[in-house]
Write a new protein. Sequence first.
Length: 224
Amino acid sequence: MIIYGKQPILYLLENKRNVVKKIFLAKDVDKEIFRKFSGIEVLKLDFMKAQAMAKGGNHQGFLAEIDDVELTPYTEILKKSKFVLILHSITDVGNIGSIVRTAYSLGVDGIIVSGINELKFDGMVRTSSGAVFDMKVAHFKNIYDIINEAKQKDFKIFGATLNGKDVRKVESPEKKVLILGSESDGIPNRVLKSVDEKITIEMSKEFDSLNVSVASAILIDRLR
């Protein structure tokens, strides 16, 4: 898998060096940064080749070939976790990566992505700044199976919605699942019927919603 961007690549070199196979540079770098590449094959690229590898993305002159992200079965996440996040039908890779980064920083044990056919891991690695290699992530399309399994394991299921209970007034149990839906449609009504409690972020101004990655940070912090 090819990723690009200075910060995610430097993060992996510092924290997950074993997943980095090759480094590709399309610019000169200072000697201090170059020392981080010690022991890893480094290849120089011209600008056009780098643009092709990054598919037109802003690579900042840094690209890398890395191992694929290893997924965890959702049943394993539910078995060994206390706080689980379900991302249902969220398709924007930038949002998913940002949520992974936030969730890892705030102590969420695992993330289950549902309602979509595939995950684009190269984008997730970049937008999570490499945190996707530290967070347990599962991909399972059928959210109803996930919810049923979670309830059998005594998780309380929270669903984020515009008309729920103020999250500041919610009692947070030890074992909990937070479901976040897509920005355009939110959580489907059929799924909301399966949650134990609907929660929301009360606004101080006349505004109806926040970006899902921003909302996730607030909700996770207030539930933990």
